[in-house]
Design a protein around this ligand. Structure first.
Ligand SMILES: NC(=O)c1ccc[n+]([C@@H]2O[C@H](COP(=O)([O-])OP(=O)(O)OC[C@H]3O[C@@H](n4cnc5c(N)ncnc54)[C@H](OP(=O)(O)O)[C@@H]3O)[C@@H](O)[C@H]2O)c1
Length: 260
């Protein structure tokens, strides 16, 4: 954990953190943000998002399957002044998500932000060559994982009466791609989840938004075979906008980005 910064006020675990310590940070227009949960934060967009949120004054709980990569992200975020917690979880496994969420809630309190980033492309194959196992593997992470992680934090966030859930969908949620049917179906599906959740959250003080990037320069883009249109850092800034800057009236929005 990073050393406590001078003048910084920290609430005890279990309490929603409040303003003081981000005041005066010109990069943090929201200013009241405290804890962000980011899934799949060891690589790519998740890692860039975690570091962008740390830069903007948030503490981080990093969830994923591979502790060593999450720890590397956490170390870098701590150098930017964030407190961090790393919790190992496969987002598609209910018991692991429950345990990780309990660890976060007990150790760092209620998140103001959950970023559902963890996702996989799956094996590229025509529909007739796609196995049921290929299909299930993609759905387990990209759909079930988003549901499980969102559900795990929603009760505490609802009780706090403020917060946001940002889900990484994809521009594949608006298109079809040959050889990527499970991935496209999962991303179309997750936008339906985000919008349904947004309707459930009306008037609660919470919002649910999706970010739909085009092709991003991470190993995942190579599976689809698309030339990258933007960096993971470009997407991280869009996620930070959706999380911190976008007005509440954008609840349920699917924010598309195609690169600079
Ligand atoms: N790259 C693109 O072109 C692009 C475009 C649009 C949308 N997106 C979306 O953006 C998100 C991030 O993509 P990316 O390109 O940054 O991918 P990435 O570099 O492959 O990173 C994905 C991260 O998710 C983690 N992860 C995978 N399965 C997991 C599971 N079951 N439980 C927990 N963590 C898991 C991975 O870590 P481990 O493997 O170590 O668990 C990794 O840290 C995904 O939802 C993706 O669909 C990507």
């Amino acid at each position: 954990m990073a050393a406590k910064r001078a003048g910084e006020k920290r609430a005890p675990p279990g309490k929603v953190l409040t303003l003081q310590w981000t005041e005066g940070n010109p990069g943090c227009s929201y200013g009241r943000m405290a804890l962000a949960v980011v899934t799949g934060a060891g690589d790519g967009i998740g890692r860039a998002t975690a570091l962008e949120l740390a830069r903007r004054g948030l503490d981080l709980a990093l969830l994923g399957r591979t502790e060593v990569t999450l720890r590397a992200t956490a170390d870098q975020a701590e150098r930017a002044g964030a407190r961090t917690l790393v919790a190992r979880a496969d987002v598609g496994v209910e018991a692991e998500v429950r345990l990780a969420a309990a660890t976060v809630l007990a150790g760092m309190g209620t998140p103001r932000l959950v970023v559902n980033n963890a996702g996989i492309a799956g094996r590229k194959a025509r529909v007739e060559d796609t196995t049921a196992a290929d299909w299930d593997a993609v759905m387990a992470v990209n759909l079930r994982g988003v549901f499980l992680v969102s559900r795990a934090f929603l009760p505490a966030m609802r009780a706090a009466g403020v917060g946001r859930l940002i889900t990484l969908a994809s521009i594949s949620a608006t298109l079809g791609t040959a050889g990527m049917a499970p991935y496209c179906a999962s991303k179309w599906g997750v936008v339906g989840f985000v919008r349904s959740l947004a309707e459930e959250l009306r008037g609660s003080g919470l919002q649910s938004l999706a970010v739909l990037p085009g092709s991003v320069d991470t190993p995942m883009a190579k599976v689809g075979g698309f030339p990258p249109q933007m960096s993971a850092e470009d997407v991280a800034r869009v996620v930070a906008f959706a999380a911190l800057d976008a007005p509440d009236a954008m609840n349920g929005s699917a924010v598309e980005c195609f690169g600079p």
